[in-house]
Design a protein around this ligand. Sequence first.
Ligand code: DHB
Length: 514
Amino acid sequence: MKSLLFIFIIALLSLSACTTPISQNTNPNANTNKLATTTIPSSLTFNPNNYKTITITQDDQSLVVRAFENIPYVANPTEPDYQVMNIYIPESYFTGDSINGYTADTAPIFFPNGVGGYMPAKPMTAESRAGRDGTPRPNSVVAALMRGYVVASAGARGRTLGTDGNYTGKAPSVIVDLKSAIAYLKANDALMAGRADRIIANGTSVGGAMSLLLGASGNSMDYHAELQKIGAIMTADDSVFAVSAYAPITNLENADMAYEWQFNGIDDYHKMHISMLDDNVKRERIKANLTDEQKSWSNELKANFPSYINGLKLKGHNGRSLTLDNNGNGTFKDEVIYHLNNSANTAFKNGTDLNEFDFLAQRKSANPFYVADFDGYLRYLGRSKGVPAFDATDLTSGENNLFGNKTLNNQHFTAFGKKYGQGSMADAHTVKMMNVMNYIAQSPTEHWRIRHGVKDNDTSLAVPVILATALQNQGKNVDFALAWGVGHGEDYDLDELFDWVDKLVKAKGVGKSE
Ligand code: DHB
């Protein structure tokens, strides 16, 4: 039983610092292509004595927690300030008590990342922090602890680290770092409270894309060489149990086409400029108009989208094939509108007044609201990016900067961007490793929760709809919804998120053997 082992090991480690490498096979069902046993160097062995005690509060309730902060999770970090993890464990789990039905033995591990804009990210803490719109957000670390989860949050390298000729945080660093942190949790499972086979990854925007990618790319050999380079613990199993993503910015190879499919004809926009200020991601909006050249690129990208969609062979919620004609109309567009309609009706049932939305109409039905004027919805939404939205021809986007390499600061990652721009193309394997869509078919993760705001114009609605549909078509358990009135935001429905996780975990049984 894990609890006995856990208490025994803590007692042992309290007597003497652990210097002996521990060998264990963390998952007997894991991909056998990888190493069958895991060797943990002593520098990466979880030390249960290295903590401070903190008290967290939420809604008049407080909880005493052991905070293990800034723990290195790889043996050869290139950015030791970022390749570290914070682990938070409720004090009750050291005295045999339970919270929300969970114990040290059975608590799931919530794994939120604070990644935004592909920027370097420090691990999240229990301190409150502002959301993307600048207002304070509920802290998911605190919310998870209050519900009895163990929390582990890893920092990760980002696109601005290093200097000319020695960039250290370009793609695929961010996902390689997060996967290394998962490997640390798996390898140290017997030494820590919480279940490493019940990890729930969470993130927003690029962080959401990364939580999705953790789910999809679990146990993939594609990342092996990169993991080895930084001295990650080479576990046989780096999969996660469930994924939660808010506003994921993903499928970058196809996101430009998707954006023009949606926004073609809208020519003014408020461009988002992302930079760093004191370890925080700073976002500013700059008003701009599309040039004539960009308008013609928009037409070309829009025209390329239907063949991409038709090639995916997606099946919608009612089993029909999702396709688009040459004008971008068809069942795929109907599917997007179906999700918008669901969002409006959910909001209505929750008491939102929908009268101000001219693009909605009503009919006699249990779900009366529907989008009668999709173009009207798009005018309400507005565009926030130029053309191409992601692979900018002048190499000025955050995504261009992500796909730089050790010596080049910015590169292209689509044939379209390269054709109309200057500059080189990123390595194809690196581009592949950053896109969740490339790994869905091999994903060991069963449970997926995806939220995208109806007022989010940072990427096309097509991106999350394609993703959720492809996952569903793979037989995954998918909870997908568009959130009414919500922009490019994070963690806005944490109660529902944790209700969803609790149900999944408890349905499986919380005993160690289940
Ligand atoms: C983020 C937003 C974007 O529009 C984008 O292209 C990349 C990142 C963000 O908020 O993290």
